[in-house]
Design a protein around this ligand. Structure first.
Ligand code: NDP
Length: 451
């Protein structure tokens, strides 16, 4: 089976050598499911790997819009509808200057298996644009979102493809996108999740990814007879996920001591101050450099002072590391530093934050490692609760939704840990998550025939 996997990886390298992140994520998934492939050789006979790595549909489109000075700008829009074997495509929209088709292919591929780890029926997709919301006025963001939706509306729908937010796309952008979707389709339905609470949004959706990651973390530590209480935690990012990770960590009496944004990182030994973080990053979009004005004992290290070959935030020694900003924020050098610092747990909250060699280093150095596709599934889980509330015109309470999220995250941990054990790799949650997600999607694809 190794030869089969290697031949597939060689094939992708040849046909799309420029899609490095996609190749990285396909390599991670396929190499870790070899034990499952060996137990199921018939998958090769039906070319399952060839089919599962190919997105069902890739859309790119022009997004013209007019800025506040009357100048016409053009960005590129994307939607990768990766796999609908177990349900309609579901996954976020990202607005970030550095995205390309590679970003959305890798995110859509990862999302397919993440969604399969939940107990819900949702396929995988992802999309967005190279539009940079930093420094744009509200009116510019609205005009951009309207233009973006004037093409996307043809491809999405409550039973077809249901986008949500991601980096650079919060409630405000989702509101503008939904307004335009409703005008163009004359439908008020759940074709987008992450909506504001006033028009179809769900309680707990904003908090779900970060809170879910911490519920997962506590369950994981408990299974090692440990607990989050009194643990120091290095968190990266200062957006939706990072903020809610930090907030929930305090509820478990852990001490989050770092956070970061595109301008640098903060080390606050006494614990990150939630009120300041909320004011700077949730209510406004200011630089973390301003954090030290109200917390003079905290340190801000600007990005220009970062090393060339690694991420300075991982210099801070902590018991737990929870990356929550973006992909590839932990490379092999960072991993070596994290191990040297005596960290016990690495729990990935952003999508694919660790490179393949970093993950391998963690695993071979006995770090307890949890992969993002399991840890950050809480967001998509609560998005599906939003969809079901929209379909039934009902609204569930915060308490019910929080309880459902907690139970789902614990179940994901137990399921992947059991799967890892079943295949002879106890404690390797990468193998557990990839085999469990892959098995569900592959089984559905086989039962649906060659389509
Ligand atoms: P946000 O846009 O709310 O926050 C992202 C944070 O990371 C910001 O602080 C941003 O800095 C920083 N950041 C982004 N890109 C970079 C970069 N290249 N270098 C340094 N810092 C960077 O996004 P989310 O919190 O929603 O998403 C974070 C991660 O979690 C992503 O990987 C996303 O795919 C994943 N995720 C999110 C879900 C959700 O429900 N939101 C669900 C599942 C996964 P600045 O403030 O300066 O812009």
């Amino acid at each position: 089976m190794k030869e089969y996997v290697n031949s597939i990886l060689e094939h992708i390298k040849q046909i799309e050598p420029y899609n490095e992140k996609f190749l990285e994520s396909v390599t991670d998934v396929l190499t870790s499911i070899i034990p499952y492939l060996e137990a199921n050789p018939h998958l090769k006979d039906v070319s399952l790997l060839e089919r599962i790595i190919e997105p069902e549909r890739v859309l790119t489109f022009r997004v013209p819009w007019v800025d506040d000075n009357g100048i016409v700008r053009v960005n590129r829009g994307y939607r990768v509808e990766f796999n609908s074997a177990i349900g309609p495509y579901k996954g976020g929209i990202r607005f970030h200057k550095d995205v390309s088709i590679d970003t959305f292919k890798f995110l859509g591929f990862e999302q397919t298996f993440k969604n399969a780890l939940t107990s819900l029926n949702i396929g995988g997709g992802k999309g967005g644009s190279d539009f940079d919301p930093h420094g744009k006025s509200d009116m510019e963001i609205m005009r951009f979102c309207q233009s973006f939706m004037s093409e996307l509306f043809r491809h999405i729908g409550a039973h077809t493809d249901i986008p949500a937010g991601d980096i650079g796309v919060g409630e405000k952008a989702i509101g503008y996108l939904f307004g335009m979707y409703k005008k163009l389709t004359n439908r008020f339905d759940g074709a987008l999740s992450g909506k504001p609470i006033e028009f179809g949004g769900s309680f707990c959706r904003v908090e779900a990814t970060g809170y879910g990651a911490v519920y997962f973390a506590e369950k994981m530590l408990n299974s090692h007879n440990d607990t989050l209480k009194d643990k120091t935690v290095a968190v990266s990012g200062a957006g939706n996920v990072a903020f809610h990770v930090i907030k929930k960590l305090y509820e478990f009496q852990a001490i989050p001591v770092t956070c970061s944004d595109s301008t640098g990182y903060i080390y606050d030994k006494e614990g990150i101050n939630l009120q300041i973080l909320d004011k700077l990053k949730m209510k406004n979009h200011k630089s973390l450099a301003e954090y030290t004005k109200d917390r003079p004992k905290a340190k801000f290290i600007p990005r220009e002072k970062f090393y060339k070959t690694r991420n300075n935030i991982w210099d801070v020694p902590t018991d737990i590391v929870m990356p929550s900003a973006t992909e590839n924020e932990i490379n092999l050098n960072d991993a070596k530093n994290i191990v040297k610092n005596g960290t016990k747990y690495v729990i990935e909250c952003s999508n694919m934050p660790s490179t393949t060699d970093a993950i391998n280093y963690f695993l071979s150095n006995k770090i307890k490692f949890a992969p993002s596709k399991a840890v950050n599934a809480g967001g998509v889980v609560t998005s599906v609760y939003e969809m079901s509330q929209n379909a039934s015109f009902e609204s569930l309470s915060k308490e019910i939704l929080d309880e459902k999220l907690k139970e789902e995250m614990k179940k994901i941990y137990v399921d992947i840990a059991l799967t890892a054990k079943e295949y002879g790799y106890a404690d390797n949650l990468v193998i557990g998550a990839n085999i469990r997600g892959f098995k569900r999607v592959a089984t559905a694809m086989i039962k649906q025939g060659v389509v």
